[in-house]
Design a protein around this ligand. Structure first.
Ligand code: SF4
Length: 347
């Protein structure tokens, strides 16, 4: 029996192929999990997995969490290589906060429709139309957009970030229109311009579906991620009494885990990406967690397959690079975010 990584990797690696939805061909067997852990040790790497990852990727990871929490773990980890199982902007954020570390993503094609809704060129043009505005960007943005941003925010501290800005200054809020609408409603701020971006997954969770679920599960609590298109209708339903206000919780993904542990109902409806159900069910096994929309699955997150992770560890690819000047500017906007309110963990 072979005993070194170089000798053990080829049999499983030989099964990897590049398919239409990313790398495929390897099942998440105990042999695979053992091999992943051994290769990670050999590279002195820590494996981080976002809450929306496939269950088998979450289970093999050293840490599971939301994007900001994982970036902080990356910065503090003793290992010099970070394998980031998430989408590209998240791995970039980890690189921005840990420029001296090697950051790998198992498939660099794992993008994000929300981050892609605004480019650096579009933001430059928008800023030129509002030269005195303060730019607030949700963390789901590319490194280049972060570099053009004054303050980043998460869903947990977006309201505090906007409220911290001088009332006379215009605010450009991007890229999520639903989070923007939520912040504008709560702060009552009129001089706030919102970019019309959206995540295709969250936008697919709509009010009609939520209304139907609320009526057919009258005793359930409802966890809503503010990036969902259904946040407005959830609050509206609560206001109407269709869903008791004390059972509606607008939460970041990290906040959902804490709320799950404290939940009093035996059933919770969850309005966000379906990968979140895995961690919630682990955190509170006695509760029946149901997706508001079980088709709300992010195809980019699911590109981090067992085959992609294996290939990443064998080949040391794909490495994430952010040029030092962009990283320094982006780091400033991320650090301002961390200093305001309770930033929670981002998506
Ligand atoms: S769920 Fe939406 S916001 Fe999150 S990574 Fe996927 S596309 Fe981006």
């Amino acid at each position: 029996m072979a005993t070194t990584g170089a000798k053990l990797a080829p049999p499983l690696m030989g099964q990897v192929f590049d398919g239409p939805s990313g790398y495929a061909g390897v099942a998440a067997t105990p042999e695979w999990a053992q091999e992943v852990k051994r290769l990670a040790r050999e590279r002195n790497a820590t494996i981080l997995a976002h809450n929306y990852q496939l269950p088998e990727i979450q289970d093999v990871a050293d840490h599971v969490g939301d994007s900001l929490a994982l970036s902080r773990i990356a910065a503090e980890a003793p290992e010099d290589t970070i394998v980031f199982c998430g989408v590209h902007f998240m791995a970039e954020t980890a690189k921005i906060l840990s420029p001296e570390k090697t950051v790998l993503i198992p498939d660099q094609r794992a993008g994000c429709s929300l981050a892609d809704s605004i480019s650096a060129a579009e933001l430059r043009a928008w800023k030129a139309e509002h030269p005195n505005a303060v730019v607030v960007s949700y963390v789901n943005t590319t490194a280049e957009v972060k570099a053009l941003t004054d303050i980043c925010c998460t869903s947990s501290n977006a309201v505090d970030v906007v409220a911290s800005i001088d009332a006379d200054r215009e605010v450009l809020f991007l890229p999520d229109q639903f989070l923007g609408a939520h912040v504008k409603r709560v702060t009552g701020r009129e001089n706030m311009h919102i970019w019309a971006g959206e995540c295709h997954v969250h936008a697919g969770i709509n009010g009609d579906e939520l209304t139907e679920q609320a009526r057919s599960h009258p005793d359930a609590e409802l966890f809503v991620h503010p990036e969902c298109g259904c946040a407005t209708s959830a609050l509206y339903l609560a206001g109407e009494g269709a869903f008791p206000a004390d059972r509606v919780h607008i939460l970041s993904t990290g906040g959902m885990i804490d709320a799950a542990k404290a939940a009093k109902s035996s059933q919770v409806l969850v309005a966000t990406e379906v990968g979140m159900l895995h961690q919630l069910r682990k955190a509170a096994p006695g509760i029946d967690f149901q997706a508001v929309n079980d088709r709300a699955s992010c195809k980019y997150m699911k590109m981090i397959t067992p085959a992609a992770l294996l290939r990443c560890l064998v080949e040391g690819a794909d490495e994430v690079h952010v040029d030092p000047e962009t990283a320094a500017l982006g780091r400033n906007s991320v650090q301002r975010m961390i200093a305001i309110g309770n930033p929670g963990g981002g998506e």
